[in-house]
Design a protein around this ligand. Structure first.
Ligand code: SDX
Length: 476
C-alpha cells in the first residue's frame, strides 16, 4: 500500500470528466453530498433519469455503510463484541445500574444524582395511568390480537390524548423550544409503556386491567399489573424475577441506529409528536428480523424439538431452507455482549421458575453452529435474542409477548435519539435519494386500447381466493 500524504481526506477523480475533488475526512467519515460536485454530461444512450449533470449520487440500500446521524448515545465495536452507553460498558450497567437509571443516562447523557434519580423515578411511576377511553379502545381489540399490534395501536392512539403535546396543533418547533413539554412526554411514554404492555397481556388472558402502582419498581409494577388477581393484600411479584427483568431491560434499552431506532429518528425528523414516533419505531421492531426474533427463536427451538435433530436443522440452514434465528447481526462480527449477560440471567430465572427444557437444544445448537465453518466464516454468532426467549418462556410469558418485552425497554433508546436529534439544532426532514430504474417517459394508453397481459400475482392483480363456506358454494 503506497504511503499516504498524511492529510485527512480522500481525493476522488471522476474518470468521466477528469475532474478531481478532495473530500475532507472527519471522524473517519466523509459527507455524501461532496460527491454532488462530480457532474458529467450524459453518456451516449444514457438514461435521462440518471440525473448525471446534477451530480454523482451514493447508493447504499439498507444502509450497509451509511451513517445517518452523529450520536453521543451508544457505541458498538462489532469486531470486539463491545457495547457502551454514554461511555459506560454494558457489563457494568447490567451489574450495577437499574433500567430507569440507565434510561436517564441514555436520555440526559449523565448518570443522575440521587436527587435527580428520585425525581425521575417518582415522575415516571406517577405517569403510568392510561386514559380510560384508550383503555376502552384496547378492550375492543380481539382477545387474540398480537400484543405488538396492541402496543403499536395504543401509542398511535395515545397521540390523540395529548393535544397539548402535538406540534401539528401547538406549533412545529414546540419540542425544539420547550424542553419541559419534551420531558413531560418522555416520562409519560416511559411510564405508560409498561401499562400498555400489561393491558395487552390481560386482554389475552381475558382478565380485567390492573391499575398501576407507584410504590413498586418499574419492572415489579409491570409484573404486578400482569399477574395481580384477587389477592386480598395485593400480589407482590418475586423480587428475583423483577430483578432479572430489570437486567434484561437494561440490555435491551438501546443499540444505536438499529432498524427501529433509525425509524424513530426518521419519523421524528418530520416534527410529528413523540407518541406517533414510538408507534412507528415499534412497528419496525415487530419484524421477525428485528425484535420479533426472540419469539422466532423459540418457534425454531420448538420445531427442532430435540438435541439429536440439531445437525439436520443446521444442514437446512446451510441449504438456505431455514434461518438460524438469534444468530447473526449487521454490526457484531463477534458474539453480542448482551447475549453473554443474558445467558447468566437465565440461570437466575431457572432457579426460580425451573430450568427450561429447550435450553438443552439451544446449547447444542449454539455449540454446533460455532464449530461449523459455514457460520464462523460468515461471522454468525449468538445475538441478544438467542437466549432471551428462553428466559421469557421459563417465566411463562406467552410466545407472542416476547417482542413486547423487547420494545418496552427500547422505548428509552427511542426517546434518547429523538431528543438528541431535536436538541441538536440541526434537524432536517429525512428524505433519502433514489436511483430510478423504472420505465422512461411514456404516454397514457386509453383503457380500450390496452392488451390483456398475462400476469402473475407478483406482477398484477389476479383472481384472489375468497373464503367461501361450503354453504355458499352451490349455484342457484
Ligand atoms: C436485533 O441492529 C441491531 O442492533 C438489532 C438489535 C438491537 O438491539 O436493536 O441488535 C436486535 O434485531 C438482533 C438481530 C435479531 N434477528 C435475528 O436473530 C434474525 C436472524 N438473523 C439474520 O436475519 C441476520 O443475521 C440479520 C438480519 C440479523 C443481519 O443480517 P445482515 O447483516 O443483512 O446479514 P446478511 O443477511 O447479509 O447475511 C450475510 C450472510 C448471508 O449468507 P450469504 O448470502 O453470504 O451466503 O449470512 C447469512 C446470509 O444468508 N446469514 C444467516 C443468518 N444471518 C445471516 N444464515 C442463517 N441464519 C442467520 N441467522
Amino acid at each position: 500500500m503506497t504511503a499516504g500524504s498524511g492529510r485527512s481526506s480522500v481525493t476522488v477523480t471522476d474518470n468521466r470528466t477528469g475532474k478531481t475533488i478532495e473530500v475532507p475526512i472527519a471522524d473517519n467519515a466523509i459527507p455524501a453530498t461532496a460527491f454532488l460536485a462530480l457532474k458529467a454530461p450524459y453518456a451516449p444512450g444514457e438514461r435521462e433519469e440518471n440525473d448525471t449533470p446534477y451530480g454523482l449520487r451514493v447508493l447504499d440500500p439498507s444502509f450497509m455503510n451509511t451513517a445517518m446521524i452523529q450520536s453521543a448515545i451508544t457505541y458498538i465495536d462489532g469486531n470486539k463484541g463491545f457495547l457502551m452507553h454514554r461511555g459506560y460498558p454494558i457489563e457494568q450497567l447490567a451489574e450495577k445500574s437499574t433500567f430507569l437509571e440507565t434510561a436517564y443516562l441514555l436520555i440526559y447523557g449523565e448518570l443522575p444524582s440521587a436527587k435527580q434519580y428520585g425525581l425521575w423515578q417518582w415522575e415516571i411511576m406517577h405517569h403510568t395511568f392510561v386514559a380510560d377511553d384508550l383503555a376502552k379502545m384496547l378492550k375492543n381489540m380481539r382477545y387474540d390480537a398480537h400484543p405488538m399490534s396492541i402496543f403499536i395501536s395504543a401509542f398511535a392512539a395515545m397521540a390523540a390524548f395529548a393535544p397539548e403535546a402535538n406540534p401539528a396543533l401547538q406549533g412545529r418547533d414546540m419540542y425544539v423550544q420547550n424542553k419541559d413539554v419534551m420531558n413531560k412526554q418522555i416520562v409519560r411514554i416511559l411510564g405508560k409503556a409498561t401499562t400498555i404492555a400489561a393491558m395487552a397481556y390481560r386482554l389475552r388472558i381475558g382478565r380485567p386491567f390492573n391499575a398501576p402502582r407507584a410504590d413498586l419498581s418499574y419492572t415489579e409494577n409491570l409484573l404486578y399489573m400482569m399477574d395481580h388477581m384477587a389477592e386480598p393484600n395485593a400480589y407482590r411479584p418475586d423480587p428475583r424475577l423483577a430483578k432479572a427483568l430489570d437486567v434484561l431491560f437494561i440490555l435491551h434499552a438501546d443499540h444505536e441506529m438499529n432498524c427501529s431506532t433509525s425509524t424513530m429518528v426518521h419519523v421524528g425528523s418530520s416534527l410529528v409528536d413523540p407518541y406517533s414516533c414510538v408507534a412507528a419505531a415499534s412497528a419496525a421492531l415487530y419484524g421477525p428480523l428485528h425484535g420479533g426474533a426472540n419469539e422466532a427463536v423459540i418457534r425454531m427451538l420448538t420445531k427442532i424439538g430435540a438435541v439429536e435433530n440439531v445437525p439436520a436443522f443446521l444442514e437446512a440452514v446451510k441449504a438456505k431452507k431455514e434461518l438460524l434465528f438469534g444468530f447473526g447481526h449487521r454490526v457484531y462480527r463477534e458474539t453480542d455482549p448482551r447475549s453473554k449477560i443474558i445467558r447468566q440471567v437465565a440461570d437466575m430465572v431457572f432457579d426460580v421458575c425451573g430450568r427450561e427444557q429447550l435450553i438443552e437444544v439451544a446449547i447444542a445448537l449454539k455449540d454446533a453452529a460455532l464449530r461449523d465453518e459455514y457460520f464462523t466464516s460468515r461471522k454468525l454468532y449468538p445475538n441478544v435474542d438467542y437466549w432471551s426467549g428462553l428466559i421469557y418462556k421459563a417465566m411463562g410469558f406467552p410466545l407472542d409477548f416476547y417482542p413486547v418485552l423487547f420494545v418496552v425497554p427500547r422505548v428509552a433508546g427511542y426517546l434518547a435519539h429523538w431528543k438528541q436529534q431535536l436538541d441538536s439544532g440541526k434537524n432536517k426532514i429525512s428524505r433519502p435519494r433514489q436511483v430510478y430504474v423504472g420505465p422512461p417517459r411514456r404516454d397514457y394508453v386509453p383503457l380500450d386500447q390496452r392488451p390483456d397481459r398475462a400476469v402473475s400475482s407478483a406482477s398484477g392483480l389476479v383472481d384472489l381466493p375468497h373464503y367461501m363456506s361450503k354453504r355458499r358454494l352451490h349455484k342457484i
